[in-house]
Ligand binder design. Structure first.
Ligand SMILES: NC(=O)C1=CN([C@@H]2O[C@H](COP(=O)(O)OP(=O)(O)OC[C@H]3O[C@@H](n4cnc5c(N)ncnc54)[C@H](OP(=O)(O)O)[C@@H]3O)[C@@H](O)[C@H]2O)C=CC1
Ligand SMILES: N[C@@H](CC=O)C(=O)O
Length: 432
């Protein structure tokens, strides 16, 4: 076997630690698959004294020096965040190294520039681990489905929030307790508000939409709501209509106001979905992504979406791909080529709402409420009244309407004398 391939590992936390362990444990198998041995050239961390598991001679705090070392062939970045990860990847690419990253925040902010730099330098840039952990998803989107027209990509792409919502629904665990468990299990980001407030899912949605629709979409283009406002009432209301609450990432082709089918809308928010929907049974830190394509029809990708080893599996898959390209002299995937679709705003995106109101059960209240929906051009699909007298509740599910019309309707309902309180507002997906 000829010269070894030398890997610089940036970061040795939940994911980096698992990558290092698997590289060591599977060293012989990897060598057989690639045709060369993979050798770790160095491991960059912030606090070397926190890493007794790493041979001392490999540890360094000089990440920049490591990625530009002449003997390094590949760089694996599992530090996270924007800086210094971006500068380190650009320095590595500039020095002719191929890179593998799990950093969705960075790819969702600067994917276009990183692809351009990699293309110019003639090196590979892979990031399968950045979306949905262990699930092979980006490669199928970028390669297997590249000849098809995708209509919609809908999924649960954040393990931490799915774990929290599952624990709350199944065991009645409190929000804080469930988040602490997710953090302990290695699912949460270094700053878990990235999970809870939907930033992590929004970054993943941007990456998915960019690949699915061959259109540059950044995290800033993604409408985002997290799960911190999801209440016990929301969960109970969902159960009443045979639904469960999930944080969904939804990327879809949409028509503009002029009817032109040249738009893409990307959003992340909690939604009620029927318990019969395949995504409803995705529990814990598992992720699942539904893809609807013109020719292929419906496809579903499912697996572990977070945690050290599952994510390290995806990192190693990329590492093997880069190593094979290097050994064979083949080119990596490069950019996907851009179709230049327009990224539409959430205001124009058609959605459905489930709204629960406390009202006084008096003649004319239902008509007054219904009038507000009609005045905003929103058609009501179902209305249910529970209770009577001072304790009456109206539960309304709408048909699809532009999100701006729905949210304006809810804003008006909050102001109406006839409405004592708007107790639950959630979007609904997948309801017949
Ligand atoms: N955890 C998960 O389930 C998943 C994570 N990811 C992504 O993988 C990446 C890593 O996540 P994770 O392993 O959980 O994060 P951790 O916080 O567990 O680990 C981060 C590592 O990076 C090191 N580090 C931080 N800043 C620097 C710096 N300036 N220079 C050198 N090293 C630095 C830390 O060093 P030290 O240990 O010394 O502090 C630590 O070893 C992130 O992009 C994350 O979004 C992707 C999919 C799943
Ligand atoms: N914090 C992320 C980790 C994987 O991407 C999550 O919970 O999904």
């Amino acid at each position: 076997m000829s010269d070894s391939l030398k890997v610089a590992l940036l970061g040795c936390g939940t994911v980096g630690g698992a990558v290092l362990r698997l590289l060591t444990e599977q060293s012989d198998d990897l060598a057989a698959r690639i045709g060369r041995r993979v050798e770790v050239a160095g491991v960059a961390v912030r606090r070397p004294d926190h890493h007794p598991e790493v041979p001392a001679e490999l540890l360094t705090t000089d990440a920049h020096g490591l990625v530009t070392r002449p003997d390094v062939d590949l760089v694996v970045e599992v530090i996270g965040g924007i800086e210094p990860a971006r500068s380190l990847l650009l320095a590595a690419i500039g020095a002719g190294k191929s890179v593998v990253s799990a950093n969705k925040a960075l790819l969702a902010e600067d994917g276009v520039a990183l692809h351009a730099a990699a293309g110019q330098a003639g090196v590979d840039l892979y990031y399968e681990a950045a979306v949905a952990g262990a699930i092979p998803l980006l490669r199928p989107l970028r390669e297997s489905l590249a000849g098809d027209q995708l209509r919609r990509v809908v999924g649960i792409v954040n393990g931490t929030t799915n774990y929290i919502l599952s624990r709350m629904a199944e065991t009645g665990a409190g929000f804080g307790e469930a988040l602490a468990e997710a953090t302990e299990l290695g699912y949460a980001e270094a700053d878990p508000t990235a999970d809870v407030d939907g930033f992590d899912a929004a970054a993943k949605a941007a990456i998915l939409a960019s690949l699915a629709f061959h259109t540059p979409v950044t995290a800033a283009d993604v409408y985002r709501e997290g799960i911190s406002a999801v209440s016990a009432t929301d969960v109970a209301r969902a159960a009443e209509i045979g639904c469960t609450v999930k944080l969904l990432a939804i990327c879809e082709r949409v028509a503009g106001a002029d009817g032109a089918d040249d738009g893409v809308a990307v959003r992340v928010h909690p939604a009620m979905i029927p318990t019969t929907h395949p995504l409803a049974s995705v529990g814990g830190a598992f992720n699942a992504v539904f893809v609807e394509a013109e020719a292929a029809g419906e496809l579903m990708f499912y697996g572990r979406g977070a945690g050290g080893e599952p994510t390290a599996s995806a990192v190693l898959g990329d590492l093997v791909a880069v190593a094979r390209n290097r050994v064979s002299g083949a080119a990596g995937p490069g950019t996907t080529g851009y179709a230049g679709l327009t990224v539409r705003s959430m205001a124009d995106t058609p959605t459905r709402y489930h709204v629960s109101l406390d009202v006084a059960d008096k003649p004319g209240v239902l008509a007054t409420v219904a009038h507000e929906f009609a005045a905003h051009g929103v058609s009501i699909a179902t209305v249910r009244q529970d209770g009577h007298g001072e304790a009456a509740t109206l539960v309304i599910v709408t048909h699809r309407a532009p999100d701006a019309a729905l949210s304006a309707t809810v804003a008006r309902l909050r102001e109406m004398d006839a409405v004592r309180a708007v107790t639950s507002v959630l979007r609904v997906e997948g309801l017949a």
